[in-house]
Ligand binder design. Structure first.
Ligand code: SAM
Ligand code: SF4
Length: 474
């Protein structure tokens, strides 16, 4: 089957200027007044420009760095509150025509067992995910002519139809796959996807060439860079950016991500829905380049800087990171994490406690079950949420609304997080997690002002506990 032609979107252009970004990072250290003014701008909920983001990255003064972290924490707390949205990755096929040197799915890796799940296998995996309480998935594919728009759309349609037990269903399905042409995005959007995610991997052109074979589809930097613009043009209104941290200087990648966010906002009027910043992990036959390895401290700084630079965008951290790092980073920026994840093809039904190198893309740092992660979040004062209300009510760009509409979080997000948590506790939680969850709900209710909405929520919680109602949202 031939690959579709390389179309670029109407305004397809290379908006990443390596020299300009490098020069910004070589500027002298900003003075305290400048840094504090930038922090204040961010706390006023205004996105930062590239020069301002670079100034935060160029700050070396320990006290000012402390203020950057504190501001990120404040922004996270005052805007997103203590909610953390949970999802799981679901790998459907690992056939791949590309040869990305960091990935175990690369075509030259003949030790990898290649496989595409059949509809029956998809059914079994999704039921397993539903049986533990997942409501949001991201489906993941290698790049192959097999995994075209029609194929992905059919997977999406199938998965939405799979219902397991009492209220077990997938309510939001995101996609991480190769960049497509506009017709394919339209087909996938019509199937009902949430976010279409494409990671640029590295925004630095020379580094991009080093890690990707220029003869392959993925070797075309601009086709990939333009991938999410085409998705937006095709009507996929939620798109997710990402960079694979560890290929080049992480500070450059932060500027690349911010430049990409600015470009989308300027061209389409909406910024990205989410940004991901996975750190490269060991993978079958892969030796990461230690020169650009991102330390835990730098990783925290990276997240705090992004939080301040793109206040309207959800930040995703995956189970590539271990539980300790995840706990710390959630405090000052991240709003979505995956849990109970398996990244081998067939990993939810066939995988054991251990990962199988010959079927997985890379190694995970956090292999805890969804229930364990839920329990840990609750213990640490977070409010785990499976809410999918905005997307299903057509409220796309919800992060923007969380900021821009006074009282949006109080009116919608917190009650929806509470009722989806209550559903989880009633249907899936271990006794320990259930106890922690019920206590958290009591706390949240006590902190809520008396209102007709609160009464309605309390009534719904009773219904959920009695098993009478599911999938209620405001
Ligand atoms: N094949 C599609 C593509 O490359 O866009 C989508 C799926 S790919 C499996 C998803 C992402 O996994 C890639 O964009 C890359 O950032 C990430 N990835 C690949 N190898 C990795 C590794 N060794 N450690 C961490 N993430 C990795
Ligand atoms: Fe294939 Fe994606 Fe892995 Fe590259 S990152 S080898 S395109 S699966």
């Amino acid at each position: 089957m031939p690959l579709p032609s390389l179309d670029l979107s109407k305004g397809g252009r290379d908006f990443i200027n390596d020299t300009a970004l490098t020069e910004l990072l070589a500027q002298k250290e900003p003075d305290a007044a400048e840094v504090r003014a930038i922090i204040q701008k961010s706390l006023n909920k205004e996105p930062l420009n590239l020069a301002e983001t670079a100034s935060l990255l160029n700050t070396k003064d320990k006290e000012l760095i402390g203020e950057i972290f504190e501001a990120a924490r404040t922004l996270k707390r005052t805007v997103y509150g203590n909610r953390i949205v949970l999802f799981a990755p679901f790998y459907i096929g690992n056939k791949c025509i590309n040869d990305c040197k960091y990935c175990a799915f690369r075509s030259s890796n003949h030790d990898q067992i290649r496989r595409t799940l059949t509809p029956e296998e998809i059914d079994a995996e999704v039921r397993r995910l539903e049986r533990v309480g997942h409501k949001r998935l991201i489906i993941v594919f290698g790049e192959s002519p097999l995994y075209d728009g029609e194929f992905i759309a059919k997977c999406v349609e199938q998965i939405y139809k799979i219902k397991e037990g009492h209220g077990g269903e997938i309510r939001r399905l995101n996609v991480n796959a190769a960049p497509m042409d506009i017709a394919s995005y339209k087909r996938i959007k019509a199937a009902g996807i949430g976010t279409y995610q494409i990671f640029q991997e590295t925004y630095h052109h020379k580094t991009y060439e080093k890690w990707h074979n220029p003869q392959n589809r993925k070797g075309n930097y601009l086709y990939r860079l333009d991938g999410l613009s085409r998705a937006l043009e095709a009507g996929c209104d939620d798109v997710g950016l990402g960079a694979l941290m560890g290929l080049y200087d992480w500070r450059f990648e932060v500027l690349g991500l911010v430049a990409h966010a600015i470009e989308l906002k300027e061209r389409f009027g909406v910024g990205p829905h989410t940004i991901s910043f996975p750190r490269i992990q060991p993978a079958q036959g892969v030796t990461p380049d230690h020169k650009y390895a991102v330390s835990d401290d730098d990783f925290m700084r990276l997240v705090a800087t992004l939080r301040l630079a793109v206040p309207y965008t959800g930040l995703i951290m995956t189970a590539r990171e271990n539980a300790r790092v995840r706990r710390q980073v959630m405090e000052f920026g991240v709003s979505q994490i995956d849990a109970g994840s398996r990244i081998e093809i067939g990993g939810y039904t066939e995988g054991g406690e251990k990962q199988a190198a010959e079927r997985e893309q890379f190694s995970l740092g956090d292999m805890r079950s969804l229930d364990e992660v839920m329990g840990d979040l609750l213990k640490n004062g977070f409010l785990p949420s499976f809410c999918t209300a905005c997307y299903r009510l057509g409220r796309t760009g919800e992060h923007f609304m969380e900021f821009a509409i006074p009282g949006f979080i109080k009116r919608f997000c917190t009650p929806n997080a509470i009722s989806t948590l209550a559903e989880y506790l009633a249907d899936y939680a271990s006794p320990e997690t259930k106890a922690a969850g019920l206590a958290a709900i009591e706390r949240e209710l006590a902190a809520m002002e008396e209102s007709p909405m609160k009464e309605k929520l309390k009534a719904r919680l009773k219904d959920i506990e009695n098993g009478d109602l599911h999938d209620l949202y405001f």
